[in-house]
Ligand binder design. Sequence first.
Ligand SMILES: [Zn+2]
Length: 295
Amino acid sequence: MQGEAGTANPSAEAAAESLRPLGTGGARASGGSWRPAPSVRLTVAGHGAAAAAALVDPMLWPWALGAVAASHAWLLAGGLTPGSSILGPNVVRLPAAAVARRQVALTFDDGPDAETTPRVLDLLDAAGARATFFCIGRRARALPALVREIAERGHAVENHGDSHSHATAMFGYARLRADIAAAQETLAELAGRRPRYFRPMGGFRNPWLDPILHGLELRQACWTRRGHDSVRRDPGAVLRRLTRRMAAGDILLLHDGDAARSAAGTPVSVEVLPPLLAALRSAGLHAVTLGEAAA
Ligand SMILES: [Zn+2]
């Protein structure tokens, strides 16, 4: 889907929004008032129009109902697509300035993990690379020293929710806000800096997320490419997925928590990281945190 910003076509507008890079992502964290994404405004307006049509001519009510159902399906599809911005701004690439600096962002989800995270930190240090860790609040409270260490070694600790519940996308406003806010408090205290980015679990979202993130001064960040290292046990296949068409500006997703194990019993992300860092180096690319890339 391609489109230009400012067009009257809401799906094209949403597509243009989804391509908007980090650093030009609108009013997030600027203190401005929150406005629903165009798709959400359109859906609300559509509900009113459908109700009015059914009142004016009762024969129209099946069509009105169908239109309402279709708009809900559209929002649901947007919520289930990690690269989509239908439900609000979503960072999936680094901004132009970072591309010019030949920067990429390595991001690690679902940690901290007592075994994998220290090994990832050592590999990053050896390569002079910095990364962004989207930590789970309850895991951070179980391993507080490790979260402090991530930050002290120059990496960014960001928010991946508190419970990492598989039902997160179904949470209502209050429960979702409480989950994200709890992780925000834990991670801010341990890392010594309030997280500025939030990554929804599995990239799934619901319409409550955007206003909640706005209130907590968080920006939503997904990824350009992922290797599925939490489910695939073949490090070679994961590496190929991550490095295919690799370019400056990419945001790559790996896992330090819940990493799959290779045949040798090693976390797949730990096996993938050395050749991935070597590939970055030979391509003249520099691994930085999301915050550094946005500076
Ligand atoms: Zn996750």
